[in-house]
Design a binder for this molecule. Structure first.
Ligand code: ZN
Ligand code: ZN
Length: 307
């Protein structure tokens, strides 16, 4: 017994050391530079964006990207984005809905154990309180179908929910990570295709209104049908709503993927996520004025107007 204890402790120390190493900085290889101008866009004068913050989860930088500190506390924003467009408004994701507490019960116990959050009014409640005319809402566009992005869908009965075919399938057969999406009754999904050509180095794209103002590109990896939404506003302001490709902006600016335990849990294809991070790093370097807005990055929404 006396002889085996040091051996056990040594093995334990090695295992803990190896585990902690998966949280250490390890930048992905730098991408080749992106060349060319921002794609042509003629956003209509009435177009604007508004953020609808619905709550936060309490995390740390270490949770989000390799090299992040455990002591660097970060509140992950749960923010829905209303894109106002004369041809029909879009809501990008919903953030927390009013039933999020009950919905969270459908998530794995281990996930619930590490998830504490604060919530505010849902996107629908905020829109209603502001007197927003829902007839102007053309659709809800999902960056992907995880619980914290779909939670508020039931509060928009009848509004089409735009998803890629891959994500629609994932909702049906994605196991526990799409259990919340599967549980929502009465959601009217509509699939769209990437019917447009290359966009900022992405092979395919979908230009929602044909004016270049709202362009969606495929960014699979976190989920099979994850997308990035690029917005070009009148006046030239640009946003990249990158969903959960990265949870905080350093994932892209420092090319740091999620630590091993987190990407094992959260990403369906970590290799594809790496490709997406490297590519978006090139886009961000080419267009430093573009606001990089991962769905849970409070700093990405800091300057976006509220209702
Ligand atoms: Zn996600
Ligand atoms: Zn998320």
């Amino acid at each position: 017994m006396r002889k085996t204890l040091p051996v056990v402790l040594a093995i334990l120390a090695i295992v803990v050391g190896l585990f902690l190493r998966t949280f250490s900085a390890s930048p992905l290889p730098a991408p080749g530079p992106l060349t060319g101008a921002w794609p042509a866009a003629t956003p209509p004068p009435g177009m604007s964006v508004v953020q609808l913050p619905t709550g936060v989860t309490h995390r740390s930088a270490a949770f989000a990207y390799r090299g992040g500190s455990f002591t660097d506390k970060r509140d992950f924003s749960m923010t829905s984005v209303l894109v106002k467009h004369p041809r029909g408004d879009l809501l990008v994701d919903t953030g927390f809905g009013r039933d999020v507490v009950a919905q969270l019960e459908l998530m794995p116990l281990a996930f619930r154990a590490i998830t504490s959050f604060d919530r505010g009014p849902s996107a629908a409640q905020q829109l209603d309180a502001a007197g927003y005319d829902r007839r102007g809402l053309r659709a809800i566009l999902l960056t992907h179908a995880h619980w914290d992005h779909v939670s508020g869908l039931p509060e928009f009965p009848g509004t089409p929910v735009w998803v890629t075919a891959e994500e629609h399938r994932f909702i049906a057969d994605g196991g526990m990570v799409t259990a919340v999406a599967r549980s929502l009754a009465g959601v009217r999904y509509e699939e769209y295709a990437f019917d447009g050509g290359p966009y900022l180095g992405f092979a395919r794209s979908h230009d929602v209104y044909g004016d270049g103002a709202i362009t969606v590109v495929p960014a699979p990896g976190h989920t099979p049908g994850s997308v990035i939404v690029f917005l070009t506003l009148p006046g030239g302001k640009r946003y990249a709503l990158v969903g959960d490709l990265a949870w905080q902006r350093e994932g892209i600016t420092e090319r740091e993927e999620r630590p091993w335990p987190l990407r094992s849990l959260a990403d369906i294809d970590p290799s594809a996520v790496r490709d997406g991070l490297r590519h978006m790093a090139a886009v961000a370097a080419r267009f430093p004025d573009m606001v990089l807005a991962p769905a849970h990055e409070a700093r990405g929404f800091a300057d976006m107007p509220r209702l």
